[in-house]
Design a protein around this ligand. Structure first.
Ligand code: DX5
Ligand code: ZN
Length: 229
């Protein structure tokens, strides 16, 4: 199975961001995960559209933007304008997910929904057909470097089954491109279960930028650890 590792720049060196990003490019990374936090939805503040705008000028990698913010509907356009490719919002932060998915898609971006560890996957079922991406949180969002929450594994496999079933029932496999991404606490040990359970994309912060190995070696090791325990 082919998986993509999406490095989370939250664990990168912000005083040398470009350098870390170029390391990802050289290691063959296609998706860069960008954590946006507002100090309200989560107890931390990170970056906004201005940083994304600067990154957009320097890289062609997919800018996978994870909005951990309240009222994400207010910021879809600024992030689209700044150059995000994928926009993922939290289902816990909105009243009308369908409207937001439509808005993101109308701006020609890929739309994703993220679920906190405490939110059941059943909350997603009615939006699955409209989505490009589901982001399963395997830590409580807010900080990099936290421990993996094992109950995420069952959520990943349930979600995988839900997408398969939806494909069959939709006949035309309308949502066959829904990707399952998993975010938080993924390292050389935990990646195996995450991928076995059905993840297509693995977000990794500390295990890419702070493993003690180079970025390229970390990514290689993550990919190897994903296939054998
Ligand atoms: C958590 C963020 C994650 C996190 C990943 O709120 O959404 O993207 O920074 O970092 P690690 O892999 O270190 O848990
Ligand atoms: Zn994230």
């Amino acid at each position: 199975m082919r998986i993509e590792i999406a490095p989370s720049i939250l664990s990168a060196d912000f005083s040398n961001l470009l350098k870390d990003i170029k390391k990802c490019e050289s290691a063959g990374v296609k998706i860069l995960h960008i954590d946006v936090m507002d100090g309200r939805f989560v107890p931390n503040i990170t970056i906004g559209p201005v940083v994304i705008e600067s990154l957009r000028r320097k890289t062609k990698m997919i800018l996978d933007t994870h909005l951990m913010i309240t009222e994400p509907e207010k910021y879809i356009e600024p992030f689209a304008k700044a150059g995000s490719d994928w926009l993922t919002f939290h289902i816990e932060a909105v009243k009308n997910p369908s409207a937001l998915i439509k808005k993101i898609k109308s701006l020609k971006l890929k739309a994703g929904i993220s679920l906190n560890p405490a939110t059941p996957v059943s909350e997603l079922s009615k939006y699955l057909k409209e989505l490009d991406l589901v982001l399963v949180m395997s830590v409580n969002p807010g900080f990099g470097g936290q421990g993996f929450i094992p109950s995420a594994l069952k959520k990943i496999s349930d979600l995988k089954n839900m997408t398969r079933l939806a494909e069959v029932s939709a006949k035309r496999a309308k949502n066959k491109n829904v990707k399952i991404s998993v975010d938080g606490g993924i390292n050389f040990d935990t990646i195996y279960g995450v991928v076995k359970s059905g993840a297509d994309i693995v977000v990794a912060g500390n295990s890419v930028f702070r493993s003690g190995l180079s970025v390229a070696r970390s990514i290689k090791k993550l990919k190897m650890s994903a296939t054998k325990k």
